[in-house]
Design a protein around this ligand. Sequence first.
Ligand code: DC
Length: 220
Amino acid sequence: MNIAIDGPAGAGKSTIAKRVAKELGYIYVDTGAMYRGIALYLLDYDIDIADAAHVEKKIENITIEIKYEEGVQQIYLNGVNVTARLRMEAVGNMASKASQLACVRAKLLHLQRQLARENDVVMDGRDIGTNILPDAEVKVYLTASSKVRAKRRYDEITANGNCADIDTIEADIITRDKQDMERAIAPLRQAEDAVCIDSSDMTIDEVVYHIMKLVSGERL
Ligand code: DC
């Protein structure tokens, strides 16, 4: 059984997917973290992503591995655990740009499908229901308004004692949505058989409840 959760940045996919995976005893697969792993490599080695052939050559032999430590997904880049560095804004923005490249997507497609073949998974990303797992038993398109998503991100940053500007965050989110939705290969879009959940006015518990109902076979 596989559950695909797609949606724009900051819609709460990872929080929700983790909770659903825990309730069902499935493995949670954060595919964005894999793209972020490649983005980190491109940033660390200052690789120009405007030159796709160069990127293809550079990433050909890197390894991206996914491991679970105490139930939490860890990303290993060339054998080194880089999970702690993946959440930075610069890495997310680079991941959004790099994920437009065919060679980057091809590198991760196989790994993601293999994980779903070997395990019951809740997998979140942008193209899971449309491209990676078109036969997933349950597909959810999780969204929220850009204002709500910016506010959630702002609260997260300031709760950690850091400063942030909510308008800049919202502008970043809108740019990222546009990039992810308008790219040529496997763009973010709702699969025809996905159920759309707009979490703008919903609590985490409510969203999880809705998805659990879908899993148990009840259409909303
Ligand atoms: O979900 P996230 O913010 O960690 O994802 C970072 C970027 O990676 C996102 O802006 C686009 C890309 N991505 C993708 O193209 N396909 C996926 N399945 C997951 C992420």
